[in-house]
Design a protein around this ligand. Structure first.
Ligand code: HAM
Length: 425
C-alpha cells in the first residue's frame, strides 16, 4: 500500500487563490518601508546555530525549545532561522556596514521563519515575517519612527482603531537591580504562580510579567514593573519616545507588563495586539536592542526594529470589511477549430511577450462554451474569441467580462483594445 504523504505538522500550503492577497500585502510592505527609506535584504534561511543561541539568548523559549537545529553532512550545527534580527545583524557586520554611512542602515526583509511551537490558529512552525531593522541610532526618534512605520503599514492595509502597546524594559544599567527586586517579590508569590512562571523566576524573571496564564496575570498586577524602576537615561528615553509618538499622532497605550520573548531588548518594547486572533494575539512586535551588534562585533551600534507576522496579518485582512484585491488582468483566448487554435497559439506568445497575462485551453479539445466557462472560473477579465465565423471575416471578437459587451475588432487593434479594457476601473 502506498503511504500517504502530507505536509509536515505546523506547515501549510498557501494556495493560488490566496496569492493575490499575499502579493498585494507584500507590495504594500515594500512600498511603505520604501517610503521610510528602508532597503530590502535577503539573508539565508539557515545560519550557524551559535548566531541564534548568542543573539536571542539562552533563557528565551525560542533557543530553549523551539529551534529547528540539525547537524549537516559537514558536522556543522545549523539552525533554520526562528527570526530575522540576528541574521540581519550578522549580515550588517559581515558586509562591514558599520563603517559606511556612520554605521547607519535601514534594512527590511520578508520571508519564512521556523519555530517548533505547538501549532494552533495563527501559529505555525513555518510562518512568514516582514521585518525592519534601523541600525545606528540611539535617539528616541528612531524608536518612534519604527513604531510609526508599523502603524502606517497597517493603516495602508485598511486597519483602523489600532493601538500600539509600548513599554520600556530598561537597560544593563537598571535591569539587574530591577530583576533583584522582582525576584524577591516573585519568590513570595511563588505558590500562586503557574509551573512555567515558577521556573522562570530564576531563568528569566521579567517574562513572568507577560505570562498568558490567567492566574499569573492576576498575581502580577501588583508586581514591581520595569517602568517604575528605570534609570534616568531610560526614563528620559521613554518619555521622549512617547512625546514623539504624540507629535506624529500615532496612538499608543502604555502596557507595563509587556516584555518581549527575545532576550536582546533594551529600553523600548512594543507590540500590536489583535483581539480577534484569540490566544495568539500578537500581530507584530519589536523594540530596541542596543547591545546585540556589540555582542557579535567589535563596535557597539544601537538599533531598533520590529517584525509583523504575515500569516496573522493576512488572516486579519480577510476579515476587514473592504479588502480590495487587484482586479484580474487575465486575457482568455478562445478558439474553435484547428486553424483558429493555431492563430491564438501564436497570438498568446505575442501577447505574453508584451506582458499580457494570457490563458488558453492548451488541449484544443473543448467547445467554445466550455472554454468560456473555464475562463470565467479563472476570473478572466476579457475574452478574445476566434471562431470559424471570425476567421472567415478576418476579425477577432473581444468580450469584456465586466461590462458583458462583445464587439468585433481588427487584428491590428488588439493590444490597444485590450489595454483599454484592462486599465479601466
Ligand atoms: P516576535 O515577536 O518573536 O519578534 O515575532 C514577530 C511576529 O511574528 C509576532 O508578532 C507574530 O505575528 C509572528 N509570529 C511569531 N511566531 C509565530 C508563529 N509560530 N506562527 C505565526 N506567526 C508567528 C521577532 O521575531 C523579532 N525578531 C522582531 C524584531 C525585529 N525585534 C527587533 N527587530
Amino acid at each position: 500500500l502506498k503511504q500517504k504523504i502530507q505536509c509536515v505538522r505546523g506547515t501549510r500550503d498557501i494556495l493560488p487563490e490566496d496569492m493575490p492577497l499575499w502579493h498585494r500585502t507584500e507590495q504594500v510592505v515594500r512600498d511603505v518601508f520604501g517610503c521610510f527609506g528602508f532597503s530590502e535584504i535577503r539573508t539565508p534561511v539557515f545560519e550557524n546555530t551559535a548566531l541564534f543561541e548568542r543573539g536571542i539568548g539562552a533563557s528565551s523559549d525560542i533557543v530553549g525549545k523551539e529551534m529547528y537545529t540539525f547537524i549537516d553532512r559537514g558536522e556543522r550545527s545549523l539552525t533554520l532561522r526562528p527570526e530575522g534580527t540576528a541574521s540581519v545583524v550578522r549580515a550588517y557586520l559581515e558586509h562591514k556596514m558599520p563603517y559606511r554611512d556612520l554605521g547607519q542602515a535601514r534594512l527590511f526583509y520578508l520571508g519564512p521563519m521556523f519555530r517548533y511551537e505547538r501549532p494552533q490558529a495563527g501559529r505555525f512552525r513555518q510562518f512568514y515575517q516582514a521585518g525592519a531593522e534601523l541600525l545606528g541610532f540611539e535617539n528616541p526618534e528612531a524608536d518612534s519612527e519604527c513604531v510609526a512605520m508599523l502603524y502606517t503599514l497597517l493603516l495602508k492595509l485598511g486597519f483602523k482603531e489600532l493601538k500600539v502597546d509600548i513599554n520600556s524594559v530598561g537597560c544593563p544599567a537598571c535591569r539587574p537591580d530591577f530583576n533583584k527586586t522582582l525576584v524577591t517579590w516573585l519568590i513570595k508569590k511563588k505558590d500562586f504562580l503557574s509551573l512555567d512562571s515558577q521556573r522562570r523566576i530564576d531563568l528569566n524573571p521579567l517574562r513572568v510579567l507577560d505570562s498568558k496564564d490567567s492566574q499569573d496575570k492576576e498575581v502580577v498586577q501588583t508586581a514591581p514593573k520595569p517602568i517604575e524602576h528605570l534609570c534616568p537615561g531610560c526614563l528620559e528615553h521613554f518619555e521622549n519616545v512617547k512625546r514623539f509618538l504624540d507629535k506624529i499622532k500615532v496612538p499608543y497605550v502604555i502596557n507595563p507588563f509587556l516584555v518581549r520573548g527575545l532576550d536582546y531588548y533594551t529600553r523600548t518594547a512594543f507590540e500590536i495586539l489583535s483581539g480577534s486572533l484569540g490566544a495568539q494575539n500578537a500581530l507584530a512586535g519589536g523594540g530596541r536592542y542596543d547591545n546585540l551588534v556589540g555582542q557579535f562585533g567589535s563596535v557597539e551600534i544601537p538599533a531598533v526594529g520590529f517584525a509583523v507576522g504575515m500569516d496573522r496579518l493576512i488572516e486579519l485582512i480577510k476579515s476587514l470589511p473592504s479588502v480590495e484585491i487587484k482586479k484580474s488582468k487575465l486575457v482568455a483566448l478562445i478558439s474553435q477549430g484547428r486553424p483558429a487554435f493555431e492563430k491564438i497559439f501564436i497570438l498568446a506568445q505575442q501577447l505574453r511577450v508584451k506582458g499580457f497575462e494570457v490563458w488558453f485551453d492548451t488541449s484544443n479539445k473543448k467547445s467554445i462554451k466550455n472554454q468560456m466557462k473555464q475562463a470565467s472560473v479563472l476570473d478572466a477579465r476579457v475574452a478574445v474569441i476566434v471562431g470559424e465565423e471570425e476567421l472567415s471575416k478576418g476579425v477577432i471578437a473581444l468580450k469584456d467580462f465586466s461590462s458583458q459587451i462583445q464587439k468585433d475588432i481588427s487584428c491590428e487593434e488588439i493590444e490597444l483594445r485590450l489595454k483599454e479594457i484592462l486599465n479601466a476601473n
